[in-house]
Write a new protein. Structure first.
Ligand SMILES: [Fe+2]
Length: 345
């Protein structure tokens, strides 16, 4: 029997969608004539207001935006799109007059990803579009990976008997602590990824151990202690740069300052900084959450436990910084708002 060609059984990628905004219909016709033969799905509108409505109704993959239009001009539209969470990652090319240096500077200041001069040359237009659309497709794929990770962590939480959204609260509080001590964006992004994945290794822990309604025996605890290294083994092959950078958080989030933690018994500053941060946020959420075998502590009790454990279980300075966070963030019912959930982007 002939083996079917697998490549033929996959649907091709859907065409990418380009929105062209220009108050001059002749310019729109020209853009359509250039772009449609390239396989893009092109939509045209003739004003800034229509552009905002079209983007809200159905976000395109790229926007070509005329700078000078009556009513809302291209700069205002670009600034609004870049200030809005849902639309800020859509690449925008501002189309300006050839000699207008000020317009180009203005376009950069309002967040445009690129600009083109009029008259627009076909090959230049297509080259710019291709490059921005390739980057957009890549960004969309990364977003999909993040959604997969979120679903995976929720599935683990359900098995683990935690109240819903433990991982999000750990990530949100760790991020708040990271910002409080002045971590830069790259470190915050790594911290976010590490916190989202910190317990992914629990997927390899038997249900009987994971959700046992009582204290674990020594043997069971030995099994449980394997989850950081299982997590590292799951994540390492993913080969994503940010996930590789986050591996020390996954591996070391149960280390203790006094060297009595696991899996490696690291002490003090041998424990990577981001793992020390994650450990505090993780422990605090465990203390303030209901578990199958005990009910949650009050915030005051949990704070007392953290204070008592400084210098032995947790980093003293980091606990101090953690306890200066806003009371809303320390609240047991802390809900990770969009602004906190997106602190790294
Ligand atoms: Fe853990």
């Amino acid at each position: 029997m002939r083996v079917p060609d697998l490549a033929l059984t996959f649907d091709p990628d859907p065409p990418q969608r380009v929105l062209v905004v220009d108050d001059e219909p002749l310019n729109l016709d020209l853009m359509l004539a250039y772009l449609e033969p390239e396989g893009y799905q092109v939509t045209t509108v003739t004003s800034g207001q229509e552009a905002l409505s079209a983007v809200a109704a159905s976000p395109p993959d790229l926007i070509l935006l005329d700078a000078m239009m009556p009513g809302l001009d291209g700069f205002t539209v670009c600034a609004r799109l870049k200030a809005t969470l849902e639309t800020r990652l859509i690449p925008v090319v501002v189309v300006t007059a050839l000699a207008a240096v000020e317009e180009r500077i203005h376009a950069i200041n309002v967040g445009a990803d690129d600009f083109l001069s009029k008259p627009v040359y076909r090959l230049e237009l297509i080259a710019r579009c291709r490059s921005l659309l390739r980057a957009k497709r890549f960004a969309d794929e990364l977003e999909t990976v993040e959604h997969v990770i979120r679903s995976l962590t929720r599935a683990i939480e359900a098995r683990d008997g935690y109240t819903e959204r433990h991982t999000e609260r750990v990530t949100g509080r760790a991020g708040a602590l990271g910002m409080n001590i002045g971590l830069n964006d790259a470190a915050l992004r790594t911290l976010q990824m590490g916190c989202m994945l910190h317990d992914v290794g629990k997927i390899g822990i038997p249900e009987a151990v994971l959700s046992k309604p009582g204290k674990l025996s020594e043997e069971e605890f030995a099994v449980m202690r394997r989850h950081p290294m299982i997590g590292v083994e799951i994540c390492r092959p993913l080969r994503s740069r940010i996930i590789i950078q986050a591996l020390p958080i996954i591996q070391h989030h149960h280390e203790r300052i006094d060297g009595m933690g696991y899996p490696d018994g690291l002490r003090g500053v041998e424990i990577p900084l981001l793992a020390r941060i994650a450990a505090i946020a993780d422990a605090y959420d465990a203390l303030t959450s209901d578990r199958p075998y005990r009910s949650r502590m009050s915030v005051e009790q949990a704070v007392a436990v953290l204070r008592a454990g400084t210098g032995t279980q947790w980093d003293t300075e980091l606990v101090s910084a953690f306890l200066t966070l806003d009371t809303g963030i320390l609240d047991a019912h802390f809900h990770v708002s969009a602004s906190v959930a997106n602190w790294t982007t």
